[in-house]
Ligand binder design. Sequence first.
Ligand SMILES: *Cc1c(COP(=O)(O)O)cnc(C)c1O
Length: 219
Amino acid sequence: MSIVNNIKSILAEIPEGVVLVAVSKTKPKEALLEAYEAGQRVFGENKVQEMVGKWELLPKDIEWHMIGHLQRNKVKYMAEFVSLIHGVDSLKLLIEIDKQAQKYGRVIPCLLQMHIAEEDTKFGLDEQELNELIASDEFQTMENIKVVGLMGMATFTSDEVQIRKEFAHLKSIFENLKQKLPGISILSMGMSGDYQLAIEEGSTMVRIGSSIFGSRNYS
Ligand SMILES: *Cc1c(COP(=O)(O)O)cnc(C)c1O
């Protein structure tokens, strides 16, 4: 299968209104261009340097999403252009994004990452931390970030019941949060192995890498 055909078959399968983020981490710019020529405009990367390098080389109408765990000292390198930051898991990080966005006169859309998996290796907030964050004075006063939704990753398991339960849990947190933040609209959940389940449980944005570009080689 080619990259173009992979994108076409995924787009044919996902409902209208669910956004496809093509996760292009580790892949060369030629692979991204192939996807671009098929009409794909939203790309996800998990390393800031790699994303900046690709942003410099590739067409300027690409929307770049930072999907990885983010260190505060890296925010400044992408504040000029990043379209959506998925993995925001602390107030300190949000404050740094706000500060860097201000330098460019931008409002940077962000998703708060929730910890929904069983593994304690995955990043994210629990519900109490989420509530504390959005109730804080700092959160109320920041003008250069906009929280537009939530992101989460399910446990890496073949147990569909477990995965579905975790996605349904995130969806319920999302619906509750809407009461307090009516502006939120994005629920980023689902990857190559579990995006169908995620969509059934209410995902509005799927992050798909290997089913588009093939498996990754990290060596
Ligand atoms: C790598 C990555 C993906 C895509 O994973 P695939 O299994 O290749 O689709 C999605 N989300 C995050 C946060 C990732 O790091």
